[in-house]
Ligand binder design. Sequence first.
Ligand SMILES: Cc1cc2nc3c(=O)[nH]c(=O)nc-3n(C[C@H](O)[C@H](O)[C@H](O)COP(=O)(O)OP(=O)(O)OC[C@H]3O[C@@H](n4cnc5c(N)ncnc54)[C@H](O)[C@@H]3O)c2cc1C
Length: 311
Amino acid sequence: MSPLLRGSILWATEQPIVRSLTTRTPIFRQIAGRFVAGDDLEAGVAAVRELDGQGIAAMLDHLGEKVGSPAQAASAADDYIQALKRVRESPEFDANISVKLTQLGLDSGTDVALENMERLLQVAGETDPPTLVMIDMEARQYVDGTLDGYLQLRERHPNVGVCLQSYLHRTVVDAQRIGGPSAIVRMTKGAYLEPPQVAYSSKRDVTRNFARIAATLLGSGATVHLATHDPKLVEGARRFIRERGIPRERYEFQMLYGIRRDIQQDLVRLDEPVRVYVPYGTQWYPYLTRRLAERPANVWFFLSNLLRRGG
Ligand SMILES: Cc1cc2nc3c(=O)[nH]c(=O)nc-3n(C[C@H](O)[C@H](O)[C@H](O)COP(=O)(O)OP(=O)(O)OC[C@H]3O[C@@H](n4cnc5c(N)ncnc54)[C@H](O)[C@@H]3O)c2cc1C
């Protein structure tokens, strides 16, 4: 999508009136259901079960970001602890979790977010093997705090990983800084609206940078989660992995719930490890707007649904 169109959609959806109209209209909740498993943990677990039946692993994301106070951050961490315990009750599923540091209090201070992460990682470490806790990457102003936090946590916990975004110019250097055998990195293109001073605006540059950084990380001995629905990147990564003989435990393909199920299933048929990111919860609005802005066809799909219901 052109950066201008993507920017316009993200700008429009951030306006309070649009947000208020959208979140109050039941049809939007229904449409969000294409990308979100449901309102609560049990809906997330139902999606995990369904994926498991298809040979696909899962990563639960309790939707929420930029909480307003340390108390809300602690409560978000409690919700994740509940999710970890619930996952533990079903050891037959291959499921882990993914969190956002702003959901765990990064805006109140790095110490607040790290304290909550410590609580989560302690519970995640009680299983054998420990459950992986991935850290999502958010908008550019959080990248330093997220990477610094990740590096501190990694000193004590081998079961923590972090996401990198190939649209940012800085990511090549960040990957060199965090790469190596102890790193677990989710490689993505990036989902936020970033200015040209810090991010590539051409799709080709973002894609090339993804391939280049993923190759560097795999070469450094890191475990890499190739999180993309882009068939060319998936094919290129498979070729690279085959040629270099990268062992199965050092990579997996990851996709978002409800997106490109065809590629997810093709990869399973090819006996590749696949994991799907399963968001659940009532705070779906910001997540939905990012999925909308990624693809104009989604906006059209939403509007046509709205018109059909109205007519
Ligand atoms: C597991 C996972 C975790 C992620 N975590 C983060 C994170 O922590 N931080 C972050 O900034 N970003 C994250 N992302 C989002 C990512 O940065 C991209 O915005 C998103 O994946 C779209 O880029 P793409 O690589 O799939 O390529 P694209 O070129 O955008 O898409 C390739 C194809 O995938 C399909 N597709 C892609 N997006 C959509 C959509 N919204 N609706 C319908 N079809 C679509 C289309 O067929 C499209 O042609 C994550 C993505 C995944 C898969």
